[in-house]
Design a protein around this ligand. Sequence first.
Ligand code: UTP
Length: 295
Amino acid sequence: MASTSPVTTAVFPVAGLGTRFLPATKASPKEMLPVVDKPLIQYAVEEAYAAGIRHMVFVTGRSKRAIEDHFDTAYELESELEAAGKQALLDVVRAVQPADMDCTYVRQPRSLGLGHAVLCAEHIVGQQPFAVLLADDLMVGEPGGPPVMAQMTASFAQHGHSLLAVQEVPEDQVSRYGIVAGTPAEGRLIDVERIVEKPAPKDAPSRIGVAGRYILTPRIFQEIRQQPRGVGGEIQLTDAIARLMRKERVGAYQYAGKRYDCGSKAGFLEATVELALQHPEMGETFRAYLKTLAL
Ligand code: UTP
C-alpha cells in the first residue's frame, strides 16, 4: 500500500568522524556498529520506514562505503543462502531494503558540521518538509507504542511546523545537547522560544535537550546557508534552527520512549545490554548469563 505520510524523505547525516569510537571508526563507519545483530543505521532507517517515509537520503563521507553496500542487494550472499535453502536468513537479508524504499547518497566533502551535512541534501530534498535522523541516537518507542519518528510525523500532520525531538536531561549533561526553552503547548509540544547548542550548565535555559530526530520545513536550508560557523568551528544545525524560529513556529516534541546515545561508549553499551535482554532469540540466555556475573 502506498504511504500517506506527510513526510516522504528522511536525511541521515552519516559523515561525522566518530572520534569517540576510535580505533573502531578508523576505517569503518560508526553507523555500522552493531547493537546485538543490526547496525545503528538500520535501526534509524527502520524507524523512518515505520513512519511511512520511503525515500532515504544518506549524507556520507570517506570510509562510509559499507553503508551503501548494506542497503544494496547482496547478490552473491543471496544466491548462496538460496542454494543452501536458508530461507529465514535470506528473509533477514532482503528485509534490509524493502522493494518500495529508495536510497540516495550524497557526499559531504569535509566534516563541517551537522548543519552543513543537512545542506548537502538540499538539491535532493527540494522544497518539501523532511525528517532528519541521527543514527547514533538509537531511539526506542514505549512497549507496544509507535516509534519516535512515527509520533513526530503524526504531530507534523496535525500542526505542519518544524519539530525537534526532546527529553529532559540531567543537569550535569546539558553541555552535551542543544537545549531548548519555551512555552508548553498542546499535548507533548512545547513552543520553542530559545535554543542553545551545548551550553555550560550555568547558561542553560532549561534541562530540555534535543535528541537526534527532527522534522524540518525547507526554509531551514536558507537559514543554514546564512549561518556562520558556531561551537567547535562547525556549521551547527541548532544555530540555523534558532534563526528559523524567528520566522516560523518550531515545536519541541516530548517523545514517548527511550534514547541511547550510541555515539558514546557508555550509551552504546547500555543499548547493547538492554536490547540484548529484549531480543526474542537470545534475551533469556543473556539474562541468565548476566546473573552469573559477580558484579
Ligand atoms: P557527532 O557530534 O556525533 O559527531 O555528530 P561525530 O563526528 O560523528 O562523532 P565524534 O563526536 O567525533 O565521536 C552527530 C551526527 O552528525 C553527523 C554525524 O555522522 C552524526 O550522525 N555529522 C556530523 C555529519 O554528517 N557531518 C558533520 O560534519 C558532523
